[in-house]
Design a protein around this ligand. Structure first.
Ligand code: ADP
Length: 167
């Protein structure tokens, strides 16, 4: 089932949360910074061993101090106007995160709006991609949570689901 909630993804008790990371996987601003702060310094130590991640790909770490068992780090595309393969890369982020989650037995997973902060991806278009990939994995998970940071973002997802005719 796809659920849209508003809140702080670092507070969720699920099997896996997804992080909108950068290619270093060593932390940054936005949701990435919040996740590193809440998970504790062991996350940084662990991620040093991952040696980075390309845009569109995903890597997994333990949740450390978080209530989640796993953190899936994916690197969204920077928005350059839409002609640089951004939509395909964003779709790959969601798809690769789901595939990694399945390989680790994850049943409940929460996503932030990847690329929609500092990376500048237009929120409506990003939500459409997120929701369409979520729908293709719907039956393979117990709960797929779109964790929106603001009420405005939550509204975009709720409207997007309605537009796709999701019951
Ligand atoms: P990116 O660099 O991929 O754009 P950001 O972290 O800047 O990543 O933003 C991604 C999204 O995560 C934005 O929609 C932002 O509002 C949201 N966000 C920031 N902090 C949190 C949080 N603690 N929980 C959930 N979402 C968050």
């Amino acid at each position: 089932m796809i659920e849209v909630i508003q809140g702080d993804i670092t507070r969720l008790a699920v099997d896996a949360i997804v992080n909108a990371a950068n290619r270093s996987l060593l932390g940054g601003g936005g949701v990435d910074g919040a996740i590193h702060r809440a998970a504790g310094p062991e996350l940084l130590e662990f991620n040093r061993g991952l040696a980075g991640c390309s845009t569109g790909e995903a890597r997994i770490s333990p949740g450390f101090k978080l209530l989640t068992q796993w953190i899936i780090h994916t690197v969204g595309p920077v928005w350059y106007g839409g002609q640089k393969g951004e939509s395909g890369l964003l779709e790959s982020c969601y798809r690769n995160s789901f595939e990694l989650a399945l390989r680790h037995g994850v049943r409940n997973i929460a996503f932030p709006g990847i690329s929609t902060g500092v990376y500048g991806y237009p929120k409506q278009a990003a939500a459409q991609i997120a929701l369409s990939v979520m729908r293709t994995y719907d039956t393979q998970f117990q709960r797929i949570i779109a964790c929106c940071f603001s009420e405005e973002d939550r509204r975009i997802y709720v409207d997007g689901l309605a537009a796709q005719g999701y019951e």
